[in-house]
Ligand binder design. Sequence first.
Ligand code: UD1
Length: 367
Amino acid sequence: MAVSLALIAGARPNFMKIAPLVHALSGDADFDPILVHTGQHYDDNMSGQFFRDLDIPPPRYHLEVGSGSHAQQTAEIMKRLEPVLLETRAAGLIVVGDVNSTVAGALVAAKLGIKVVHVEAGLRSFDRSMPEEINRIVTDSISDLLLITEESGRANLLREGIAAERIHAVGNLMIDSLKKNLARALESDVVERLQLPQRYGLVTLHRPANVDDSRQLGEILGALEAIGGEVPLIWPMHPRTKARIESNGVRLPNQLRFTDPLGYLDFLCLQAKSAVVLTDSGGIQEETTVLGVPCLTLRDNTERPVTVEHGTNRLAGTKKQTILAAWENCKTNPRTGLQPPLWDGQAGLRCRAVLRQFFLSDAVRTS
Ligand code: UD1
């Protein structure tokens, strides 16, 4: 009988990681993948469009939790997921990334005695004021299998006392999606639709530390205003950022152009063709690295050091002066960037091989 594995997806950055995994497992008769959407993200341009762009089958369960405080959202996912896992009798639960859906899923499964697999394990910013860092630490500490995207993850996990045999380097699922879809994405007419010139920069911002405090946001906007005077900037705005800007009455510089969040293919096309990307996202640091596009990360730290060591990413800080200094540096010292090890589009197959070994080996079946 096929082994049932539940997969949790809830927020936008989960979908490009879950897609190659669902596809790899669906092609293996020994597995029955059960996709569960928590509903953490629910707008069509934050969720539905990604399912269509990435050809993800409709989730078997939809928990429809919606927004809320961290505690409310995490608790609601836990309450609604528990009966689903009991009903499906899944042998394992796979969670990806570091969002609230990730930690909520891992907690429910671990307490039911269901094996927890964390994909993208071991990343650490060492900044516990980030909600994602808490989610990463908790999820890793209760996972049975820890699949890493870069070697920093292994070092962090070993330091935290995780047994070496539970850690496996599989590469980067997000890059599987990128490699599979890049040619299709480049056919998008998004550049024309948004009436962008040939040379433009791309902005994304949504982290609470950057957008919740008007003074902090003002620092970043000051830098974007100056850079926007040199190269036109387009900013697909996250709904959370939009809400904060509106409620705080923040004035937006005329140098910036805005649009609603874009689908996967349109956004990938914009990234690939942009002269520079300014972002506080984790995944975009990885995507720009593989695309060879200069990235200025508007943070003081990154949990993805390989993107700085191998890639085109630079930490620009969050003050106007640090961001402008990084921009000058970016112009005078352009970096080409190298593809990090195993970011080759085959991570889904490597994950499947590890899962086969773990869930289908005789030792596990008879225990
Ligand atoms: C979440 C993740 C973050 C990830 C980001 C990508 C956590 C702790 N954070 O942050 O790591 O980088 O997703 O987007 O899980 N909203 C909508 N429509 C939606 C979803 C959200 O309008 O479809 C608005 C709501 O006002 C909501 C707010 O965005 O309250 C925040 O959403 P939430 O899922 O709590 O966190 P994100 O900021 O999206």
